[in-house]
Design a protein around this ligand. Structure first.
Ligand code: DLZ
Length: 171
């Protein structure tokens, strides 16, 4: 049998997650794909012990709106510990793709730096709809699962930084 490359096979911290409150912003553009990303992200968080009541989902029209929605959410809710942004940008006939992808990547990075909390880039940038399907529960895994795993890893790293308990390396 062909060995499938599954990028979702990454470490998911599964202890001490019960107090995390996580916002998930989902773009409605290519909603079959982003719906699958959302499902992957939510199931990963819940299976890792984040209570269902601590995962708050919001929808926006397209990926371009993800960074501003993440900033709005953090502005409105001081108790949110992290935000996962989920979207799917597919190459079309015009230059929309490059402008949107660049703005979204830069915007999401900027929100994370400004608020100094994890703001995760769970946005597919694909040439074709098939590539997007392969990465939203298909043969290349589910980017939503990876986004949730990255979010939990970053939350634990953040916690260690703020409690000044980094790993000490002897040598
Ligand atoms: C306009 C547009 C286009 C052409 N393509 C996509 C896409 O592939 N993926 C996506 O998430 N959004 C797309 N959008 C919508 C923009 O992200 C945005 O919602 C609109 O330009 C309104 O600001």
């Amino acid at each position: 049998m062909e060995k499938k490359k599954n990028l979702s096979n990454i470490f998911v911290p599964n202890t001490d997650n019960a107090n995390f409150k996580i916002g998930i912003i989902v773009s409605m553009w290519n909603d079959a794909v982003t719906g699958a990303l959302k499902e992957g992200a939510l199931n990963t968080l819940w299976e890792a012990g984040v209570p269902k009541g601590n995962t708050l989902v919001y929808h926006v029209p397209g990926s371009f709106e993800l960074p501003s929605a993440a900033a709005m959410l953090l502005d409105a809710n001081e108790d949110i510990d992290a935000v996962i942004c989920l979207g799917c940008i597919i190459q079309g006939e015009t230059r929309h793709f490059e402008f949107i992808a660049q703005a979204v990547a830069n915007g999401i990075a900027k929100v994370g730096i400004e608020y100094t909390i994890p703001v995760i880039f769970g946005v597919l940038t694909c040439d074709t709809a098939e590539q997007a399907a392969d990465r939203s529960g298909g043969k290349h895994g589910n980017k939503g699962v990876e986004a949730a795993a990255s979010c939990l890893q970053m939350l634990h790293t953040h916690k260690k930084m703020y409690s000044k308990t980094g790993e000490k390396v002897n040598g």
